[in-house]
Structure formats: C-alpha cells, structure tokens
Design a protein around this ligand. Structure first.
Ligand code: NI
Length: 199
C-alpha cells in the first residue's frame, strides 16, 4: 500500500486539532508519544511499512468516545473519504483501529497487520510507567474518580492499576515493546506499593 506523505501530514493536523485542550490524558502529547514509540518499535521489526504505522498512530484516538463530544469533529471515516484513500487502505485502517483498544481486545478482537500490532503496543506503553501513572490520575480527575477509596467503589484510579495497567505487559505483541513494558510495569508496582504504604 502506498502511503502518501501528505496523508500523514493531514492526519497529524487532524490529531493536533482533535486532541487540543484535552485534560483526560488523551491530549496531543499522548498522540505524539504514541507516534514516537510506534516508530521506535518499528525500528526493531523487519518488513514494517512505517508510513502505515505513522498514519494509524496519528488517527488512533480520533474516534475515541472518551474525547469530548460537544462539538462536531471529523471522524476517521470522513477523513479517509476526504483524502480519497483507496478501498484497501480504508478497510485496513478501519479494521485495525476498531480492534486497537483494551476493551476491543477483551472482546476477542485481534490486530491483523504488524503495523497495527506496533501501534497497539505503542498506545499501551503510553498507558504504563511514569507517564501511565500521570495519565491514570489525570483521567480519574477529569471523570470524577477518587484517587483511592480503599476498594469502596472498585472504580478509583488505584483500582485501574489492577483492572488494566498491570495486565498490559502480558498483552504486548512485539518483543521490543514487551521489554519496555516489563520495566515500566515494575516501576508502577513500586509506586502502587508505596501509595498503599502511605495511606
Ligand atoms: Ni491512545
């Protein structure tokens, strides 16, 4: 599949606009980190179409329901139509972005392409480690969740470490991402233990 540089630039612009002003951990800096991580992982894999990796990384959270719904935004489908993406590419991007999230993988959806697996790993890496800790509390604050309510609601930010973040390491697709995830996960375990010790 031939990915035009202007498509990547347009996707980057779309992401910059879409994620502007978000304070739930899905801001433009999250997307920029995912793009960087995805390209970093790509460098450790062979036969990767880097243009497709970058394109999907910029687009990966555009349709996320967690982002604001107040104003109309251009969806990934509309964007691909506007730039006349070939049918095969539209199909690949729709399938892969539809399977990317943690909830999709819990429903048994799987990434098909290596490029999709790389973007999924990058997005998951950005949910763990020091940045993951910062994001989980930012998300909790934006959504009215307590930091820690001693298990009362099961929905505090602390619960999220056990419900999802500690599990991501075991779900990595690529070897390189698994190594990074292991280190980041150990750091989170130290942090959570310390938080529990201090309460
Ligand atoms: Ni994301």
């Amino acid at each position: 599949m031939n990915i035009l540089p202007e498509w990547i630039e347009a996707a980057r612009q779309l992401a910059m606009n879409r994620h502007h002003g978000d304070s739930s951990g899905h801001d433009r800096y999250h997307v920029e980190r995912v793009v960087r991580l995805a390209l970093q992982i790509s460098a450790h894999e062979s036969n990767v179409q880097k243009g497709l990796v970058e394109l999907m990384a910029w687009l990966h959270d555009i349709d996320d329901r967690k982002l604001s719904k107040s104003e109309h935004h251009v969806s990934v489908a509309e964007f691909m139509k506007q730039y006349r993406f070939p049918d095969e590419l539209v199909h690949t991007i729709e399938t892969e972005l539809g399977a990317l999230s943690y909830s999709s993988s819990m429903q048994g959806k799987k990434m098909v392409t290596l490029e999709g697996k790389i973007v999924q790993d990058a997005d998951r890496l950005d949910a763990i480690g020091a940045i993951g800790i910062a994001r989980v509390f930012a998300y909790g604050g934006a959504n009215g969740r307590p930091i820690d309510d001693l298990g009362a609601s099961g929905e505090s930010s602390l619960d999220h470490f056990y419900d999802k973040l500690f599990k991501l390491e075991g779900l990595m697709n690529t070897e390189y991402a698994r190594g990074l995830a292991n280190e980041r996960t150990q750091f989170m375990h130290h942090f959570v233990q310390r938080l529990i010790d201090e309460r």
